[in-house]
Design a protein around this ligand. Structure first.
Ligand code: SIN
Length: 282
C-alpha cells in the first residue's frame, strides 16, 4: 500500500523539521511510525506537498487522538472539529498572532494541532514556534525549584488584548462564535508539565492565557509570567515555518508555543485547523 520514502530535515537548532516524501493519505504503520517519531523528536513537523480533503485531515488527526472542540470558531459543515482560518486582503488583524499554546483554558487541552495551508500570501504569513522543553532545561536549579509546585490559572478572556469579543470581532473573514462566554473558560494546569512519551519537562505558561499562579494575585504573578515568556521565546529556542499551499504542520501543544506573524496585509491567507488528543496535564 505505501510507496513513501520519507525524508526528515531539521529547520532550526532547537525544534522543527520539514518532512517530504510522504503522502499522508497513503500511509502504512511503518510510515506513521517515522512521522510520529519526527513529531516526538522535533515537536513541530511541516509535512510538504499534501492534498488533504477535510476527511483526510480528520483521519490524520485521529492518529494523534480524539478530536478536540474549539469553542470560538464555527466548525465546517459536516466537520464540526475542523475550522477555517482566513485573513482577507482587506483585513488588518489575524487569528493567533500572539504567543500561546492552544486552548490551555480547557480542562483537557489538545496534544497536537494540525494546520493545513490552502492559500498562502506571496510573502510573509509564516508561523513562529518556540521550544518549551529547551526553555525549561536552560533554567537555573533555583528557578526550576520555584516553578515546580506552581499551577497556572488559564483563561480564554484575552484581557491583555482588550477582551476576546472585541479582539475576535476584528477577525472579519472567520466564523467567530461564542466569544461573549469567553470569561467562563478557565482551567488550572501545572506550570511545568511532564510529557508522557518522552518524560521531558516543559514550561506550560503564556502571557496570553495564564492570568495568575493559583493562590496568588495577577499582579504578583505577572512579572514571572512575563519573564517566562520572554525567556521561552528567545531566538535560539524558536523555529519558523514558511507555508506553501499543501503544507500540513503538526505541532505539540504540550512542548511548544506558536505565534502567527501578521506581516502580509493586502494578501489572502487561508488555512484549515484541527486539534487532536485531549490531555490532562495535571
Ligand atoms: C493558530 O494559532 O492556531 C493559528 C496559527 C497560524 O495561523 O499560523
Amino acid at each position: 500500500m505505501a510507496s513513501n520514502s520519507i525524508t526528515v530535515t531539521p529547520i532550526a537548532g532547537s525544534l522543527g523539521a520539514e518532512i517530504t516524501g510522504v503522502d499522508l493519505r497513503r500511509m502504512d504503520n511503518h510510515d506513521w511510525a517515522q512521522v510520529h517519531q519526527a513529531f516526538l523528536d522535533y515537536k513541530v513537523i511541516a509535512i510538504r506537498d499534501q492534498e488533504l480533503s477535510p476527511q483526510d485531515m480528520m483521519d490524520v488527526g485521529a492518529r494523534f487522538g480524539e478530536p478536540n472542540h474549539y469553542p470560538f470558531v464555527k466548525g465546517m459543515d459536516g466537520f464540526p472539529f475542523l475550522f477555517e482560518i482566513v485573513k482577507e486582503p482587506s483585513e488588518k488583524r489575524n487569528f493567533g498572532g500572539d504567543w500561546h499554546s492552544d486552548t490551555t483554558y480547557t480542562k483537557t487541552p489538545p496534544l497536537a494541532t494540525l494546520l493545513y495551508a490552502l492559500e498562502t500570501p506571496e510573502r510573509g504569513g509564516d508561523t513562529l514556534y518556540c521550544d518549551m522543553v529547551a526553555a525549561y532545561e536552560s533554567l537555573s536549579d533555583g528557578m526550576k525549584e520555584m516553578l515546580a509546585p506552581l499551577k497556572g490559572v488559564n483563561s480564554a478572556a484575552l484581557k491583555h488584548l482588550g477582551g476576546r469579543k472585541t479582539h475576535h470581532a476584528a477577525v472579519g473573514g472567520m466564523k467567530i462564535t461564542g466569544t461573549e462566554d469567553a470569561d467562563s473558560y478557565e482551567a488550572v494546569h501545572p506550570i511545568v508539565r511532564t510529557v508522557d512519551e518522552t518524560g521531558q519537562k516543559a514550561i506550560y505558561c503564556s502571557r496570553g492565557h495564564t492570568i495568575a499562579f493559583e493562590g496568588m494575585t495577577p499582579e504578583e504573578s505577572k512579572p514571572v509570567i512575563d519573564w517566562l515568556q520572554a525567556h521561552a521565546t528567545r531566538p535560539e529556542f524558536t523555529c519558523r515555518v514558511q507555508w506553501k499551499p499543501g503544507t500540513l504542520t503538526v505541532w505539540d501543544n504540550r512542548r511548544t508555543m506558536h505565534n502567527a506573524i501578521n506581516d502580509y496585509h493586502g494578501m489572502r491567507r487561508h488555512m484549515r485547523r484541527l486539534t487532536s488528543g485531549p490531555t490532562n496535564p495535571a
